[in-house]
Design a protein around this ligand. Structure first.
Ligand code: RB5
Length: 153
């Protein structure tokens, strides 16, 4: 599985922890780090766009975005066509984001949760797959709405 990850300055330290965790526990996951690479302030929107584009273009199956709250990252990533990004701060939501919503991107807030919970959320989210079935038409409707309002470039 190819996974792309990014954070702003608020998520920088947690991003390092998550990269180490995934490398250790999920060695089959190929990680691309889109930054940021220091604690200097950076716009979360730019990082979210670069990660979401990789998912939208199908260069990566999954993405993880970390900022202070996870909110700006999710809002921005969800603007990119074809992307479904979800804030995941509890185990149940992390699992449902995959199983029900087929979210390719999870976002987290480093000012909201600690590293141990973040690692558990990532683990659950990585192993959970879209269940299809009754969830399939709902996700299909999301895709339809996305395409309906998409601006032509
Ligand atoms: C700082 O830019 C802060 O707004 C950011 O880390 C995040 O919490 C945004 O949603």
């Amino acid at each position: 599985m190819k996974l792309v990850i990014g954070s702003d300055h608020n998520g920088f330290e947690l991003k390092k922890i998550i990269i180490d965790f995934i490398s250790r526990e999920f060695p089959q996951v190929e990680i691309t780090d889109k930054g940021t690479f220091s604690s200097e302030p950076v716009s979360y929107a730019e990082i979210a766009e670069s990660v979401a584009l990789e998912v939208s273009r199908e260069n990566a199956e999954r993405g993880i975005l970390i900022c202070g709250t996870g909110l700006g990252m999710a809002m921005t990533a969800d603007k990119v066509p074809g992307v479904r990004a979800a804030v995941c701060h509890d185990i149940y939501s992390a699992e449902r984001a995959r199983k029900s919503n087929d979210a390719q991107i999870m976002t987290m807030g480093a000012q909201v949760i600690g590293p141990e919970l973040a690692k558990k959320l990532v683990a659950v989210w990585l192993v959970s797959e879209f269940q299809g079935g009754r969830s399939a038409p709902k996700v299909a409707k999301m895709v339809e709405i996305d395409e309906k309002y998409r601006k032509k470039a």
